[in-house]
Design a protein around this ligand. Structure first.
Ligand code: ATP
Ligand code: MG
Length: 423
């Protein structure tokens, strides 16, 4: 081969010395979600492109420039999922989940967006998404936020702050959109190129611009709150009351808008100042119109997605389990290998929680002992010619100054129970 093949930029390998932290985080999230009665759903990574175009919205950054799309051999337009809500809704509709009452679902997995790779911004990244279908009131919005707050607490993160806003009904947003277009058109000379394009296509997104030169203009723009319809205003007031009652601190950020076109009423973001420009750890909101838009019956829905890489960057997670083995099985001499393999299987049968490394790759006793020692195992099992002749195994303590023992083969699992209780 001429050049070494490298992974695609922005798509990282997660090596064995990192997967422990991932597993800890995933286990914690799963446990908290189960505490609230959410159930896991899994759906494909690849979907028809139109699913994303019609749910996220043609004018959003994701659909207009970040999707990995290709034409399949039979002419289908397919896309690697850039987020999970669309696939979750598609699966729910396909399997008639929304006709059987409330659905509280979650998923975790890779998402793909062709962004400029940088710290906290990858092209393959991972999200945990949580979606609740069939509940129209602010109670469920509040529950999702409380669930997040619990996660941060359990992770020991006290510097993630909550911002909320209401985008109102579709009609209210349209009215607000017109007001915004008028305002920004009046200041067109101050807009950057991106924002000028957004002015026609998706003016609400100008509020989301990260351009420092625009911040003043954005701060002085008319706020959505002045244009909320009464129902959305009530919903928003209800949410704030519930959050206050539950002791959750929040800021109302009238400039907070979200990428999806179908968001309505509640939107929220959890933000930290510790990750620079990539400070949003978790974001979500209500999308009451989406199920209906895809041909289902009207189904209120609310959800959020949290960025696993950003959370891992913040959290001080310990490896879940000691990765060191308990036993390292050394064997030498004719016939010992097959016997050692049998005995190791018996030990694994009797003690499913033990890590048993059977030495592979040959070599003399001395080098095997070295490997056993380096592995960090607490005990070595030894089957050399003498032991083989006597139908026994020797058990040697590697970390403690205790005498070596010799046990008959059938007695090995029992002897290990005794010993390992005291290690
Ligand atoms: P941003 O404003 O940072 O681009 P977004 O609004 O595009 O975020 P969402 O689509 O709401 O992000 O995704 C929810 C969460 O997923 C984000 O808050 C973030 O933590 C994470 N996330 C989004 N895009 C990426 C990415 N390219 N790399 C890593 N994490 C990401
Ligand atoms: Mg983005």
């Amino acid at each position: 081969m001429t050049e070494k093949i490298q992974a695609i930029r922005g798509m990282n390998d997660i090596l064995a010395d990192e997967t422990g932290r991932w597993q800890s985080l995933e286990a914690l999230i799963r446990r908290v979600l189960e505490q609230y009665g959410y159930q896991e759903i899994r759906f494909p990574i690849l979907e028809k492109t139109e699913l994303f175009a019609h749910s996220i919205g043609e004018t959003t950054d994701i659909v207009s420039k970040e999707m990995y799309s290709f034409v399949d051999r039979n002419g289908d337009n397919l896309t690697l999922r850039p987020e999970g809500t669309a696939g979750c809704v598609r699966a729910g509709l396909q399997h008639s989940l929304f006709q059987t009452g409330v659905q509280k679902l979650w998923y975790n997995g890779p998402m793909f967006r062709r962004e400029r790779p940088q710290k906290g911004r990858l092209r393959q990244f991972h999200q945990t998404g949580v979606e609740a279908f069939g509940l129209p009131g602010p109670d469920i919005d509040a529950e999702l936020i409380l669930l997040c707050a619990r996660l941060w607490r359990e992770l020991g993160l006290d510097d993630i702050t909550l911002q909320i806003n209401s985008l109102g009904s579709a009609a209210a947003r349209l009215a607000y959109r017109n007001v915004l277009v008028e305002y920004f058109t009046g200041h067109k000379d101050q807009l950057d190129e991106d924002s000028r394009a957004r002015l026609e296509r998706n003016p609400l997104r100008i509020l989301d611009s990260k351009d420092p030169d625009l911040q003043n203009l954005i701060a002085n723009a008319p706020a959505m709150s002045g244009y909320l319809d009464p129902e959305s205003a009530d919903h928003f007031a209800g949410l704030q009351e519930l959050l206050t009652g539950a002791g959750v601190t929040f800021t109302v950020n009238p400039r907070l808008v979200r990428g999806l076109d179908y968001y309505c009423k509640t939107v929220f973001e959890w933000v930290t100042s510790r990750l620079g420009a990539q400070g949003t750890v978790c974001a979500g909101g209500r999308y009451d119109g989406m199920v209906e838009h895809f041909g289902g019956k009207t189904t209120p829905a609310v959800g959020f997605a949290l960025g696993m890489e950003r959370l891992l960057e913040l959290a001080d997670l310990k490896e879940p389990l000691d990765s060191r083995p308990d036993l390292y099985f050394i064997h030498a001499g004719a016939g010992s290998e097959a016997r050692a393999m049998q005995l190791a299987e018996q030990v694994r049968d009797a003690h499913p929680s033990l890590k048993v490394i059977l030495h592979c790759g040959g070599g003399g006793m001395k080098s095997q002992f070295k490997k056993a020692d380096r592995s960090g195992a607490s005990l070595a099992l030894i089957l050399a010619e003498d032991e083989l002749a006597r139908n026994t195994v020797a058990i040697k303590h590697l970390r403690r100054d205790l005498p070596q023992r010799e046990v008959a083969w059938p007695a090995l699992p029992g002897a290990l129970s005794e010993l390992l209780m005291n290690v």
